[in-house]
Design a protein around this ligand. Structure first.
Ligand SMILES: Nc1nc2c(ncn2[C@@H]2O[C@H](COP(=O)(O)OP(=O)(O)OP(=O)(O)O)[C@@H](O)[C@H]2O)c(=O)[nH]1
Length: 600
């Protein structure tokens, strides 16, 4: 039996659109649509299935289709959109199996209509059943097609709304995160209309200064009254620089008055974000961050640095930090003002390398200086040294260094230490040493005592007829090489070793002394040239054949010796000494490791 579907479809459209306008849930809208079509034909049962991504059908809306039959359709797989076109259903394998299944539920498949989606494709399809077997009229098919279009609109509308809701949720979420971040960073936001000079502040901005949301006006001029008078010029200059395109953004730190009259330090940043049609800036937005606490902390830090600097500058001498990099680069990472007195240079001169200092160290002390520093680095042992410097203004001066090394993660070594002026102490020490009789290093008579003993011997010769005495000057050969090759400490051991040889070789009536760095002298009482030569040969042989052991090293040295005898008519001790010295000079000249006798 036929029905006037064309009149009916108009009512259905309106009803469906009314549902959409009301924002009714999708399924409710679709069921109302289905009811509207069914109510005009009692034999018709409409059902709407969505096609899933896995090519299955899923029931979305029906009023009268038996649930068990719906579940069976839900399991069916559809192979393509073309099968959904109603008139072709006879040709479709899907519909022939659907028709067989419908019969088991006492129903007859009448027709179907795809639910269009965009230009091509479908959301799914309407399937129409009849309770009695009958022909589907064109008008009926038209009504089903029309319902399919309306369903498509309802589904698209629903999808669009869902997308908008999702975007709104994401935006709200972002806004919440942004608000939390701004709150947590003690930051307020401002927005300035450059042409009207109105500024709007966020509530957080106002709260930062202790104001409630309605307490601050939006006049630019009023904002200037809150800026500390001493900072106003720099704030305006920073703003102008940005307006004049001299800066990418407006950035300034200044003080601002709070509601209670106190001042806070703030960091204000902003940027022009809009221009009017003629290109003039029209809007600027920015942030204001409370940096009072950070400023206070940095001021405290600066005070501490000042305190440490003035303390180190007050300490007499040079307080310093010295760095030795794994690649050998060395420099003073810190040097107090004392460097001007200790080395007569500026800290900057040694901030990158220490050449300026190396040049000032006395050449004789430089090897000791470098050896001891190296040893401190290798053993990570405290560095202590007394050494001489030759300064442009002060001349020869004594310095003492004391420093502690520490190894850093990158392999560098860092010393913290100080260098003091010990010139006066050294002067007294040297003076006192003059009064002493024993040489500290070798523990044999020193030069002063040796000359005194020589004087006594000369007096004896001048007093006693036929009395004799021989004078030997001994100088170790190439001693500088020993120092250079094995270090100063090894050189000291060699000096001590030779002193022991001399002490063991001399009698009570003889005197052996250290008269210079590596120079030794001997007075042999009651001895002439022949006895002196035998003595000289003995000690020369001993030193040449008994090595000094330094660790695994055996250091061999030789000695050159000059011999002369004292004369009763010598005016002083210098006479015999200088004759022996000339003979020694000859021995050196003739190739070293030799004994030469003065012929005078
Ligand atoms: N280890 C050590 N070396 C010293 C001491 N006093 C002086 N010297 C060093 O002795 C060396 C003497 O060197 P030179 O005068 O050039 O003589 P040399 O190398 O022995 O050469 P010749 O005498 O010509 O064979 C210098 O390098 C001094 O630094 C000391 O107390 N200990």
């Amino acid at each position: 039996m036929d029905f006037d579907f064309s009149h009916h479809s108009l009512t259905t459209d309106n009803l469906t659109l009314a549902h959409l306008a009301r924002g009714a849930p999708l399924v409710q809208t679709l069921i109302s649509l289905i009811n509207e079509v069914e109510v005009k034909n009692h034999e018709l049962i409409l059902s709407l299935f969505l096609s899933e991504e896995n090519h299955c059908l899923r029931l979305l809306a029906t009023s009268n289709l038996p649930p068990a039959y719906c579940s069976a359709i839900n399991q069916m797989i559809v192979d393509g959109a073309q099968q959904f076109s109603g008139r072709d259903m006879e040709a479709s394998g899907f519909f022939s199996s659907l028709r067989d299944m419908a019969k088991t539920y006492g129903l007859h498949v009448a027709s179907s209509a795809p639910i269009p989606y965009c230009m091509h494709g479908t959301h799914g399809l309407f399937i129409a059943h009849f309770r009695q077997a009958q022909h589907t009229s064109d008008a009926c098919q038209q009504a089903i097609n029309n319902a399919a279009v309306l369903a498509s609109i309802a589904i698209a509308h629903h999808d669009a709304e869902a997308r908008i809701r999702k975007a709104e949720d994401a935006l709200r979420n972002n806004e919440t995160i942004m608000a939390l971040a701004i709150d947590g960073s003690q930051t307020g936001i401002w927005d300035r209309n450059i042409q009207t000079n109105q500024i709007n502040y966020s509530n957080g901005w106002k709260a930062m200064l202790g104001y409630s949301p309605h307490e601050i006006s939006s006049h630019l001029e009023e904002s200037y009254t809150r800026i500390h008078p001493d900072d106003l010029a720099s704030v305006k200059a920073a703003m102008q620089a940005h307006f004049d395109h001299k800066t990418d953004s407006y950035v300034v730190e200044h003080r601002i008055r709070c509601k209670d009259g106190s001042y806070k330090w703030i960091s204000s940043r902003g940027k022009i974000v809009q221009h009017d049609a003629s290109g003039r800036p029209s809007r600027m937005v920015g942030t204001t961050t409370d940096i009072t606490a950070i400023r206070a902390l940095s001021e405290e830090l600066q005070q501490n640095v000042k305190l440490i600097t003035s303390l180190t500058n007050e300490v007499p001498g040079l307080v310093y930090q010295y760095t030795l990099k794994p690649n050998g680069d060395a420099f003073f990472s810190y040097a107090s003002e004392g460097i001007r007195d200790i080395y007569e240079i500026e800290a900057e001169q040694v901030a990158e390398n220490i050449d300026a200092i190396i040049q000032l160290i006395h050449p004789e002390d430089l090897p000791r200086y470098q050896d001891s520093l190296r040893a401190s680095a290798i053993n990570l042992a405290p560095w202590h040294l007394e050494y001489r410097v030759v300064l442009p203004r002060q001349g020869l001066r004594w310095r003492q260094v004391d420093a502690r090394p520490r190894k850093l993660a990158d392999g560098s070594i860092l010393w913290h230490g100080f260098i003091t002026n010990i010139t006066e102490r050294k002067r007294i020490e040297i003076e006192l040493e003059g009064f002493a009789t024993i040489d500290f290093l070798t523990q044999i008579p020193n030069r002063r005592y040796f000359l005194a003993r020589m004087g006594e011997e000369l007096a004896r010769i001048q007093r006693v007829a036929h009395a004799r005495a021989a004078v030997l000057m001994c100088d170790l050969d190439h001693f500088k090489d020993v120092n250079d090759r094995h270090g100063h400490a090894a050189g000291d051991l060699v000096l001590k070793h030779f002193a022991v040889i001399l002490r063991n070789a001399t009698r009570k009536i003889d005197t052996a002394g250290r008269v210079g760095g590596e120079e030794f002298a001997v007075v042999l009482a009651d001895a002439g040239i022949a006895e002196a030569r035998i003595f000289a040969e003995r000690i020369a042989h001993q030193i040449a054949t008994t090595p000094v052991l330094v660790g695994d090293l055996s250091i061999y040295v030789t000695v050159s010796i000059g011999i002369s005898v004292m004369h009763a008519n010598d005016v002083n001790t210098d006479a015999a000494l200088s004759r022996s010295d000339s003979a020694l000079y000859m021995a050196k000249d003739m190739g070293r490791n030799r004994i030469e006798v003065s012929d005078v």
